[in-house]
Design a protein around this ligand. Structure first.
Ligand code: SF4
Ligand code: SF4
Length: 200
C-alpha cells in the first residue's frame, strides 16, 4: 500500500494505482519488442537527454514512499528527468512509464486528450504501428483521466502545456496528429486493414 502523505497537490498514490494492471495492450507488449522502452539510461552518458520526465511533485512523492529506490534524477530545463538502469520494481515505476507511449496533451481549449507521444516513436512499435495496433480503450481513457487529475494546479497545467508544445514541435515532422487517435476500432469503409478516426 502506497502512503499518500507525500503527494502534495497531486494524488500520485491514486495516479500510480490507476495503472497497476492497465497496460497499452491486453498482452505484455514488452514480449514483442524486448522491452525497448526500458534501457539503461544511467550507463549511457551520451543519452543523458533521454529518460522519463517526472511530473511536478512526483520526485518528492517518490522520495517519501520509495526511500530504498536509488532514483537518478537530473534537471531537464525546469523539469526533472528520471534515469533508470533499465530495470525496476514494477510498483515503483514513474507515471511517465505507466502511460507510455501516450501523453495527456493539454489543448488550447483547456481539454485533455490522450495522444501518441512522438518522443516514443523511435523506440516503441505501438507508435510506429499505430494504424494497425489499436490500444486498449481503458488504457487510453485512463491516460486522459490521469491528465485531468494532473491538471488541477497552475504548476501542473504549465507542465502539461510545456510537454504539449514539445509534442506539437515533434509533430511538425512526424505528423502523428494527422493519424487516428489512440482509441479506434472501426475499419475505414472500403479500405481493408485501416482504421477510421473515432471520438472519445
Ligand atoms: S517500447 Fe512500446 S511496445 Fe515495447 S514495451 Fe515499451 S510500450 Fe510496450
Ligand atoms: S523505470 Fe522501469 S518501467 Fe520505466 S523505463 Fe525504467 S525499467 Fe522501464
Amino acid at each position: 500500500m502506497i502512503d499518500n502523505k507525500y503527494t502534495g497537490s497531486i494524488d500520485f498514490a491514486i495516479l500510480y494505482s490507476l495503472f497497476d494492471t492497465l497496460t497499452p495492450l491486453t498482452i505484455d507488449c514488452g514480449t514483442v519488442c524486448g522491452g525497448a522502452c526500458c534501457r539503461n539510461l544511467v550507463a549511457c552518458a551520451e543519452e543523458r537527454s533521454s529518460g522519463m520526465l517526472l511530473f511536478p511533485g512526483e520526485e518528492a512523492f517518490r522520495e517519501g514512499v520509495f526511500p530504498d529506490c536509488a532514483d537518478t534524477v537530473v534537471p531537464a530545463g525546469v523539469d526533472r528527468l528520471y534515469l533508470c538502469g533499465g530495470a525496476c520494481r514494477r510498483e515503483q515505476r514513474p507515471l511517465a512509464c505507466r502511460i507510455f507511449p501516450l501523453f495527456p496533451a493539454l489543448g488550447q481549449n483547456g481539454r485533455i486528450r490522450a495522444v501518441y507521444d512522438p518522443r516514443a516513436w523511435r523506440v516503441c512499435p505501438l507508435v510506429k504501428g499505430r494504424r494497425y495496433i489499436p490500444l486498449e480503450r481503458n488504457f487510453v481513457r485512463t491516460v486522459r483521466k490521469a491528465g485531468r487529475m494532473v491538471s488541477r494546479t497552475h504548476e501542473d497545467r504549465a507542465f502539461l502545456a510545456r510537454q504539449t508544445a514539445e509534442i506539437e514541435e515533434f509533430n511538425r515532422f512526424l505528423r502523428l496528429d494527422r493519424d487516428r487517435p489512440p482509441i479506434c476500432r472501426k475499419a475505414v469503409r472500403g479500405v481493408p486493414g485501416t482504421l477510421e478516426k473515432c471520438k472519445f
